[in-house]
Design a binder for this molecule. Structure first.
Ligand code: AMP
Length: 380
């Protein structure tokens, strides 16, 4: 089923071709027609499955030919849990929206940066992408009104509910018109999602895309038995020996992320840390430099593990294991995306061994292990 069979607005077909979207992904085959028909949608799909385009394309199509919105009255509201995801979703709207005959104004608003430019930017907005707290601030100061919203998207809804946005979400939902289209996307279907689904969605089309086995198949996983003290030298050895050019390293704390990045730099490997204690500007800059290959190693906390798309990232290192097996899969899912091969390396200390077994069992896949004792780390 080609993209041209859905009834998307013709200008989008050109952009799809231009972006090398040759065939719709499974989620897109189901979600696009449902949204075009005006149905509510509950999409359970892992990151990397193509969910963003699955809602952006039909929403842009639906916005064409509508009467002009009142000033500062957004038509589409996309709620997201993090600033990074807000920026990323905006990019997808802009890439696809920029060729449309009728101009669509898209803005992303989030906390941690000055509110004034956002207030000005909301002039003439059609599509508003927002984290909940900042959105409420902007509504309270009358910079934007939600009374004309006809489509609501909750992206990474599981994360949003986890992060305790519930009260803010209730306040936002109370401000929306009752008659609207609701689209909810989540990587997992848990009790909270089931609850919010009942409150929010009206006779939804439910689409469940399994955590892609095929995706995991594209990721070569390897574990290194290593002691805590040897992790630094081992990381440098792996990067230098294999001449890795673009590596995402995960740590479990902000302190550790800074520390690992510092040590890499001291040893002549270009690295930057990215985590919640960095300013939004620094985070955006680091991410875009990393994406474009100007930074060799990005050291991140789990802030980045979900939702952020870095096209076909070749190498991910778990410097420290995440607590939950799901987070492990999200982390390694940064590679092996868009059908490109990737490699995921995990450092396993003696204390981690039991936990790593649990992770592998949950994942349904056993990882080849290498003992770093047998590697000469002198000089690294
Ligand atoms: P997402 O799950 O929305 O983060 O998308 C994952 C990645 O897949 C992004 O890099 C998209 O640009 C890419 N993508 C989404 N749909 C398609 C498609 N039909 N063909 C090729 N690439 C796609």
């Amino acid at each position: 089923m080609p993209f041209s069979s859905f009834g998307l607005t013709p200008a989008l077909l050109k952009v799809l071709a231009d972006q090398n979207y040759t065939q719709p992904y499974p989620i897109q085959r189901e979600v696009i027609p449902a949204i075009l028909k005006g149905k509510d949608v509950l999409g359970i799909a892992p990151t990397g499955s193509g969910k963003t385009a699955s809602y952006v394309l039909p929403i842009l199509t639906n916005l064409q030919g509508q009467s002009e919105a009142k000033n500062r009255h957004a038509r589409v509201l996309v709620l997201v849990p993090t600033r990074e995801l807000a920026v990323q979703v905006r990019e997808v709207f802009i890439v696809f929206g920029s060729w449309l005959p009728e101009r669509i104004k898209t803005i992303a608003v989030f906390g941690g940066v000055s509110i004034n430019p956002q207030m000005i930017g909301l002039q003439g907005v059609h599509v508003l992408i927002a984290t909940p707290g900042r959105l409420l601030e902007l509504v309270e100061s009358n910079a934007v009104h939600l009374s004309e919203i006809d489509t609501l998207v909750l992206d990474e809804a599981d994360k949003m509910l986890n992060l305790g946005f519930q009260e803010e979400m209730n306040r936002i939902i109370a401000l929306l018109p009752k008659k609207r289209q609701n689209l909810l996307f989540s990587a997992t279907l848990n009790e909270e999602i089931a609850n919010i689904n009942q409150i929010l969605l009206h006779d939804p089309v439910v689409i469940k895309i399994e955590e892609e086995r095929a995706n995991l198949e594209l990721i070569e996983q390897v574990g290194y038995f290593v002691t805590e003290e040897k992790k630094g030298p081992l990381l440098r050895y792996i990067i230098k020996k294999n001449d890795l050019k673009q590596v995402l390293v995960f740590t479990s704390s902000v302190y550790k992320a800074d520390n690992v990045a510092d040590k890499l730099r001291k040893n002549g490997i270009d690295a930057t840390a990215i985590h919640s204690k960095k300013s939004q500007g620094a985070r955006t800059e680091a991410l875009s430099k990393f994406k474009s290959g100007q930074i060799r190693v990005l050291v991140a906390t789990d802030l980045l593990a979900r939702g952020i798309d870095i096209e076909s990232l070749p190498h991910v290192v778990n410097y420290e294991l995440p607590r939950s097996p799901k987070d492990y899969i999200h982390r390694i899912g940064r590679t092996g995306r868009a059908e490109a091969y990737g490699e995921a390396i995990s450092f396993i200390t003696p204390e981690d061994q039991h936990h790593f077994k649990v992770i592998q069992k949950k994942m349904g896949k056993w990882v080849d292990m290498i003992d770093s004792e047998n590697i000469d780390l002198k000089g690294y």
